[in-house]
Design a protein around this ligand. Sequence first.
Ligand code: GLA
Length: 408
Amino acid sequence: MAKCSTILLSSLIAAITVQAQKPKAATAQTPKIATAAQAPPMGWMSWNAFGPNITEDLLKQTADALVSSGMKDAGYKYIFIDDGWQGTRDAQHHLHPDPKKFPSGIRALADYVHSKGLRLGIYSDAAPRTCGGFTGSLGFEKQDAADFAAWGIDYLKYDYCNAPEDSATAKTRYTTMYKALAASGRKILLGICEWGVRQPWRWAAGAGGTVWRTSGDIRDKWKARPNEEGMGILDIVDINAPLDQYAKKGHWNDPDMLVAGLYGKKGPASDLGGTGCNDLEYQSQFSLYCIMAAPLAASNDLRNLNGYTKTILTNKEAISIDQDALGIQGKRLVNDDTWEIFLKPLANGDTAVAILNKADQPQAADIRWPDLGLNGAYKVRDVWSHREIKEIGTVKSHETRLLRLRRI
Ligand code: GLA
């Protein structure tokens, strides 16, 4: 395994200066925002598996499944309603849900979700029409925010289809909605979704965003083929990883939904080559999102959750790395042809390490911790086998080993 060590050493020389134990100071321009989440939001989002075909029954059943599967216990709090819930505006400009899909109204759904100890997210768009062509909120921000508050909404995913290309307008439109939410009298987190087009990591926290999407929509695949439209897990990790300096407690880079358990299921995530991944690849996405302190939004049909997917989504040791109190996005220290290695300092002094084998065959990993700036002796815990390990050994193709290192 000397070969691997050599690769690591050469690619790490510049990176060893990583300030593994130092939390970053908040930048001067980030305002204090009362609605910020203390840890990356966790929940389930309706879009990838169901697109606009959502109903109150589906969402209630999903809330039930979130509880019965143990996901709520593991930290998932939100049912995020995505696009497709909307009906029309009435003469007083109130936006109503589609009465066929939500005959009891959103308030009743929110009551149901809250009765399970969960929270409810909703979706709109900073334009007259959403990405799915439904009614958007532009010009009606105050009214929509007030109605969301009255319904008991806890989170708004605010999309940017059918809006102008420039950044200044985007900042203004998001700030307008943020202010409307802040004035609504209810704590409603704002999720900014303009797909990273206008570098939202530079301004979204200042516009009230708790999270901001860093990429276009994820498809249910590992990686796009050359010239293939539609990004997979690895394509999006590649966009999100270098943005670590912009994430901080309360404001997170959002690399889009988890695709675990979709298995190519027909729906928006199956478009553009989204024919599905294997379980190890889904597990890899989860590990990489945890080390990157990403929001964790499952998007598979939770009413039919298999054992492997449940094991992935409810791994509390992995989730504690994602939700760690320091709120630092792990830094990618190695990114060569076949390996990626990330490091994330944790609040109790431990360090999380993720090691991804990108090759199409297994590879032995022989990591020397000092090469990663980790000097001294460590106990190494494998977060997936839940055991202390002495050596990393072979990493399977597309597998990510997720480790927690404790200094001894
Ligand atoms: C955009 C977003 C998706 C989803 C759809 C809904 O594509 O990026 O996450 O919300 O709109 O139409």
